[in-house]
Design a binder for this molecule. Structure first.
Ligand code: FAD
Ligand code: NAP
Length: 339
């Protein structure tokens, strides 16, 4: 066996919350063969497997009694280029933001609104990552995954991924697929999405009237750096709750008591609420109990001030969920996967 399986490895550097727990077994895999080898190792010893990318969308609530398999495969290649559209394939272990930057440097548009999201390419389809009006489903051209049950490779089309709002078939069947590589259809001619949040305003402030994709990326990076805590400085996993999508009737009822309700009508007639706004209205902004807290600028982000445990953060999350349910009759669903 060529793999270096280590025991009792601290996962603190491998999750952006900075939760200090150990993996009983830990291995990094760099290609398909090593993924298979790691799965066989776990199967032989009847160990559960936890796949890990950048650890930016999970909450670890205790030592992990499993083989933690960290996806470290690298490689980006152009599969097709017809001067208008370019199909690019990236290995799962490529870090997401450098991949976005690489695409922009090649003059390819499509990923600019998804700038500065932490994590890996392989985990991006898991919750159909999205920001500033773009989700990866909008630029998705397919992926290849390994079926952990049968050991077979399978190519997924857009439809087969069943992408939803921060959701996918992979999130629904967490232990089934290892995403090995992902394909994106990017454009040489940009179709920019600027009408979301403060993007257009930021570009105007910078004196940019005719933005290129790289300008949009830079504007979004600057907005994000102002609003979001950097996990290198303050442990967090980004938005801790999904924005709830509720009936128009319930939204109208909430608005009676809260005229400032932040609500976005959806195509299906329902309404998306800003979860951060609900949490802020309920008085949780800046709340802190021990080292677990709600960020002082962005109520949707739970933070670890140093030594918080996953259990403490989970407890805080449940307190917030209960309070929001009681005040607004709205269910907040956790976004990170819980282990
Ligand atoms: P991990 O946390 O390592 O894993 C997440 C889940 O995917 C786990 O269940 C893991 O087992 C599984 N997994 C990982 N790799 C694979 C694989 N190759 N195959 C199968 N399963 C796998 N998300 C957004 O959607 N939009 C944002 O704007 C955004 N902003 C963020 C900002 C900050 C500061 C932070 C900390 C997080 C943010 N996130 C955002 C959340 C997170 O960065 C993304 O969901 C990201 O795609 C997670 O990637 P990861 O590699 O860190 O996944
Ligand atoms: P924001 O701009 O303060 O907006 C608050 C919420 O309102 C957002 O979550 C967004 O929902 C929604 N929203 C804003 N403008 C909208 C529009 N024109 N149409 C529909 N919905 C709209 O949000 P933010 O916290 O600074 O985040 C900015 C973007 O980055 C958002 O897209 C957010 O999802 C993404 N982000 C995600 C994470 C994560 O971990 N998942 C972390 C940080 C930022 P949506 O979330 O549905 O877009």
């Amino acid at each position: 066996m060529s793999l270096q399986v280590r025991s009792q490895v601290s996962l603190k550097p491998f999750n952006t919350f900075g939760i200090d727990v150990n993996a009983n077994w830990f291995v990094e895999v760099h290609d398909d063969a090593e993924v298979r080898e790691a799965l066989a190792y776990a199967c032989d010893r009847q160990l559960p497997v936890l796949l890990l990318g950048g650890g930016s969308n999970l909450l670890l609530t205790g030592d992990v009694s499993a083989l933690v398999v960290r996806m470290a495969s690298r490689g980006i290649r152009v599969l097709h280029d017809d001067d208008e559209q370019v199909i690019v394939e990236s290995e799962a272990g490529e870090p997401w933001h450098p991949f976005v930057q690489w695409s922009l440097e090649q003059g390819l548009a499509g990923l600019e609104n998804l700038s500065l999201i932490p994590g890996t390419v392989g985990a991006a389809p898991m919750q159909n990552i999205g920001a500033y009006g773009v989700e990866i489903k909008d630029v998705f051209a397919g992926l290849t995954a390994l079926d952990r049950q049968s050991g077979e490779l399978r190519d997924f089309t857009l439809e087969e991924c069943a992408f939803g709002y921060r959701d996918s078939v992979f999130k629904q069947t967490l232990d089934r697929w290892v995403i090995l590589r992902v394909r994106f259809k990017l454009d040489r001619k940009a179709r920019l999405h600027l009408d979301y949040g403060p993007v257009r305003q930021r570009l105007a402030e910078q004196g940019i009237d005719h933005p290129a994709p790289l300008d949009v990326s830079r504007a979004i990076c600057s907005i994000r750096r102002e609003k979001l805590p950097d996990p290198a400085e303050l442990g967090n996993a980004g938005s801790f709750f999904k924005n709830p999508v509720i009936s128009a009737a319930l939204a109208a009822q909430i608005k009676l008591g809260h005229p400032g309700l932040v609500a976005y009508p959806q195509a299906d007639g329902r309404v998306k609420l800003a979860a951060g706004w609900l949490i802020e209205q309920a008085g949780w902004k800046g709340y802190r109990e021990g080292d677990a807290g709600v960020h002082r600028l962005q109520s949707l982000v739970l933070v670890n001030y140093g030594a918080a445990t996953g259990t403490q953060l989970h407890r805080l999350a449940r307190m917030i969920q209960a309070d929001i349910a009681q005040r607004f009759a709205v269910t907040l669903e956790m976004e990170p996967n819980l282990y």
